[in-house]
Design a protein around this ligand. Structure first.
Ligand SMILES: Cc1cc2nc3c(=O)[nH]c(=O)nc-3n(C[C@H](O)[C@H](O)[C@H](O)COP(=O)(O)OP(=O)(O)OC[C@H]3O[C@@H](n4cnc5c(N)ncnc54)[C@H](O)[C@@H]3O)c2cc1C
Ligand code: FES
Ligand code: FES
Length: 488
């Protein structure tokens, strides 16, 4: 298959080609410093405030899907084969875009610093093809901070403008944009640079695997919601960037009867409905990971690969007994996900080896799942404690259990002593739960940091196991705000 030496993406109806590229260039810097489009703002420069939100269009099922992303931590490599829409493109002072006009009409802007980001988040909602509820609008803008106007007028603007029927220039040009994006997806491998420094976006799985193996010092990038911050906040130099998102096979979702398989490049946004179908609690935690922007770029594979002790996915995936597939050059191997996390910052993955796929078994009829994310803020916050439980029931007794926690140790980790003590407990006899709940104190010596003290984490972990058992016993309805709570 052919190799290409220029990055290509669609912008204002035309294909932009870039032949010389700093691998660390962010889309925000490209827009502001190179294209000289200053509409997109820099606020936090770490994915937290949404001021830099742009829309990225991706070809899916023959149509262009627009998603909001944080340009400050999006690398140019990630634009290959996509469409970029920035706030400067939408309208001017004579003819505003419908979402801009609605913001004016509902007094949704004061200092205006956040406004370009809100406009772009609403632009993607405008193109979502649904008339959103107020809750969906709140979810949509959870990653956009406004410190002066307040959110009610902004939500009002979304209610009045996002009607499910788009009639703007992007709606009119949708077919042509889809054709242009389809033409860009020609299966060629992008490589700009040389052996000392490069941006690579392979389209072929073999190219990706062999390139990563040949350059074990390269930085593997999926959504860059971690890697982007290495550049903008840690000021690290990353001369070799290999983006995994160009390989179609890594975007595959195999929604099998017994197992859900997710390719390493599947984003949270793509995976969310499938994970929620395994259990609503999984969907609810995914809905609370970062923001719409973070979930549109960030991947489940990246969350596993980075080995963070406070990542939200690993505890849930470990409790569900997920299997990890890794690939190094031609060699592939699989391991239970829990064995991947060796120590703080150390995973069972050698340099140049790639996370390739994650298999998540579905629940059997006698299995019940619960997961809880404890963070200081409801939205857009990293967990202090993340707990996930899978109980196998025999009638009203727990036959066996898998319990996994994040934020309680140097790695995401199973609570093995509590699991042993859970075997045989009766859901009708709360006194029988005590030993398992207390065993958590033997399982973990929690970390102590600015998110939570060790004592708080230890107490919360015990409370969460009790909560799960109370809910299972039917003594209390779930009080989660999200999916299961609404259904209950
Ligand atoms: C504002 C904000 C909010 C966030 N909120 C949350 C949250 O609520 N919960 C949470 O868990 N996380 C959160 N995160 C962290 C981040 O979103 C996740 O860790 C995310 O899953 C990382 O995925 P990514 O695809 O962006 O990975 P990247 O940033 O691309 O990569 C992360 C790491 O994994 C490696 N990597 C990625 N893919 C592969 C692969 N296929 N093979 C080998 N190595 C690979 C990279 O080299 C890097 O070391 C947040 C981040 C931000 C910026
Ligand atoms: S500048 Fe704050 S999210 Fe990008
Ligand atoms: S209008 Fe000032 S931050 Fe939103």
């Amino acid at each position: 298959m052919s190799q290409r030496t220029s990055l290509r993406f669609l912008r204002r109806g035309k294909v932009v080609e870039i032949e010389r590229l700093d691998p660390m260039l962010t889309v925000l810097d490209y827009l502001r410093l190179e294209e000289k489009s200053p509409g997109t703002k820099e606020g936090c420069n770490e994915g937290d405030c949404g001021a830099c939100t742009v829309a990225v269009g991706t070809l899916r099922d023959g149509g262009v899907v627009y998603e909001p992303v944080n340009a400050c931590i999006l690398l140019m490599a990630q634009l290959d084969g996509k469409e970029l829409v920035a706030v400067d493109d939408l309208g001017d002072s004579d003819r505003l875009h419908p979402v801009q006009q609605a913001l004016v009409d509902s007094h949704g802007s004061q200092c205006g610093f956040c406004t370009p980001g809100f406009v772009m988040s609403l632009f993607t909602l405008y193109h979502a093809g649904v008339r959103p509820t107020r809750q969906q609008i709140v979810d949509q803008i959870a990653g956009n901070l406004c410190r002066c106007t307040g959110y009610r007028p902004i939500v009002d603007a979304a209610v009045s403008s996002c009607t499910g029927r788009a009639i703007d220039a992007w709606a009119k040009g949708a077919r042509r944009a889809a054709e242009q994006l389809a033409a860009l997806a020609d299966g060629s491998d992008l490589f700009i640079g040389n052996g000392q420094g490069f941006t690579a976006v392979p389209a072929q799985a073999e190219t990706l695997a062999s390139l990563a193996a040949a350059h074990p010092d390269a930085t593997i990038v999926a959504g860059a919601t971690d890697v982007g911050l290495w550049i903008t906040k840690q000021l690290r130099t990353l001369p070799k960037i290999i983006h995994v998102g160009g390989v179609k096979a890594l975007h595959a979702i195999d929604n099998g009867k017994d197992i859900l398989s997710l390719g390493a490049a599947v984003t949270y946004a793509e995976a969310e409905p499938y994970l929620a179908a395994i259990d609503p609690d999984v969907g609810e935690v995914v809905r609370r990971i970062g923001s719409k922007q973070v979930r549109a770029s960030g991947t489940v594979g990246g969350n596993v690969a980075n080995g963070s002790p406070i990542g939200d996915m690993p505890p849930m995936l470990i409790a569900l007994a997920a299997t990890l597939h890794l690939r190094h050059g031609e060699a592939t191997r699989t391991l239970p996900l829990e064995n991947y996390f060796l120590a703080y910052g150390k995973q069972d993955r050698k340099a140049g080896e790639l996370v390739w796929q994650i298999d998540v078994p579905r629940l059997k009829p006698n299995e019940r799942f619960r997961s809880y994310k404890i963070s200081k803020r409801f939205d857009q916050d990293i967990s202090a404690v993340m707990a996930a439980f899978k109980f196998t029931l025999a009638g009203r007794r727990v036959q066996s259990a898998r319990a996994a926690f994040g934020g309680m140790a140097a790695t995401p980790k199973r609570a093995t002593r509590a699991e042993v003590a859970l075997a045989g407990v009766s859901l009708d006899d709360a006194a029988s739960w005590g030993r398992a709940i207390l065993a958590l104190a033997e399982d973990f010596q929690p970390i102590d940091d600015m998110r939570a003290s060790a004592a708080y984490r230890a107490e919360v972990a015990q409370a969460l196991l009790r909560k799960a058992l109370i809910e299972l016993a039917g003594a209390s309805q779930t009080r989660v705000v999200g999916a299961r709570g609404k259904a209950a």
